[in-house]
Design a binder for this molecule. Structure first.
Ligand SMILES: [Zn+2]
Length: 357
């Protein structure tokens, strides 16, 4: 049975409370080069709950906003309506280069959040030996991009890890540690995961284990949508960008570069990279129709068509599907983008800033 409006309000209030008082070390710092050994947390909402939490967002590294659908509307008890998802939907079928550029800039993507504890370990002849729990000896949130999420999820599809417990590798007593290896830098970052296949408690010290178990984070409470104002500002900014011919979603990779370098000549530098070809061909084609309008005008028009579109708009799951279809396409077509957006350390830093507000 769906929750009543009152129950939903209560739930949201509780979430707000649980968000307060959380320190800055709520987020797991970026995975280092080489080996890290992690324990994944069990479902935070009871044994039938999820092992991880999907979080939907729009945009790249610098212009990231969180999809409103991440959040339950207090009034209706349903996911909040997302202006950006609606805009994306309204652009479907529009073959203009502007529409295609904007679609690429705003489509919905996902990442996943996990409860993790890190281990202290020794490495001997390529074998990992866990020697204890690493500080801060509590669960923190690890954020993984879509691509690496699937690799982690695969672990839960393996029957052999569930033999001792339905909780599989996350069981605090008979679960298993996971060795993560990070190789390469920036756009070439790659991770691989290996289950260290000897069931053991998180900590041999029972009271320490209990203390750690208590720190499991309610990931439903962490995942929010950006405000309508933020989403609208994002949409306007991306419309402006698309209008200027900045189509490809190089947002993640290029933005990252920008931020790690001096960050001065941002826009120029950007269009001179991967999106430059796009730009040349697009600006020629689009010169007829929308070239003379200002970004604001284009945005206004789009808004109008949005309003029209939203009336016949059905369920939100449709949107989601389309978003992730697109995402899959992107992921397979653009390897460069993939690995850069999966650079979880940088992404994470950003998102912890975001969620800290
Ligand atoms: Zn959205």
């Amino acid at each position: 049975m769906p929750k009543s409006a009152k129950e939903v309000r209560k739930m949201l209030e509780d979430r707000e409370k649980s968000r307060e008082g959380r320190g800055k070390d709520m987020w797991f710092p970026g995975l280092k080069q080489g080996f890290t050994v992690l324990r994944l947390g069990q479902p935070w909402a009871g044994d039938d709950g999820d092992f991880w939490k999907d979080r939907f967002f729009h945009g790249g590294y610098k212009n990231k906003v969180f999809c409103a659908k991440n959040e339950i509307d207090k009034e209706t008890g349903k996911p909040r309506k997302c202006k950006v998802c609606r805009a994306y939907k309204a652009l479907k079928g529009d073959q203009s280069s502007f529409a295609r550029r904007l679609s690429k800039l705003i489509f919905q993507r996902s990442e996943s959040l996990w409860n993790v504890v890190a281990a202290k370990f020794k490495e001997r002849h390529g074998k990992i030996e866990v020697t204890g729990v690493d500080d801060p000896k509590k669960f923190q949130i690890l954020q993984m991009s879509y691509k690496w999420t699937q690799d982690l999820q695969d672990i839960f599809g393996e029957e052999e890890y569930r033999e001792k417990s339905e909780l599989g590798v996350t069981d605090p007593k008979v679960g298993m540690w996971i060795r993560v290896r990070r190789r390469g830098k920036e756009m070439d970052t790659k991770y691989d995961f290996k289950v260290l296949d000897n069931p053991c408690p998180i900590s041999e010290d029972k009271s320490e284990r209990k203390e750690i178990e208590k720190t499991l984070i309610d990931l439903d409470a962490v995942v929010k949508g950006s405000s309508d104002e933020e989403l609208e500002a994002f949409l306007e900014k991306m419309t402006h960008k698309a209008k200027k011919g900045k189509g490809s979603d190089s947002g993640s990779s290029d933005d990252k570069h920008k931020s790690s370098s001096s960050g001065s000549s941002d826009d120029k530098k950007k269009s001179s990279s991967s999106s430059s070809d796009d730009k040349k061909s697009n600006s020629k084609k689009s010169s007829s129709s929308s070239e003379d309008k200002t970004a604001k005008e284009v945005y206004k028009e789009m808004k109008k068509s949005l309003e029209k579109g939203s009336k016949k708009k059905g369920s939100s799951s449709d949107d989601k599907k389309k978003g992730s279809d697109d995402k899959k396409k992107k992921d397979s077509s653009d390897d460069k983008k993939k690995s850069s957006s999966s650079d979880s350390s940088d992404d994470k830093k950003k998102s912890s800033d975001d969620s800290g507000s």
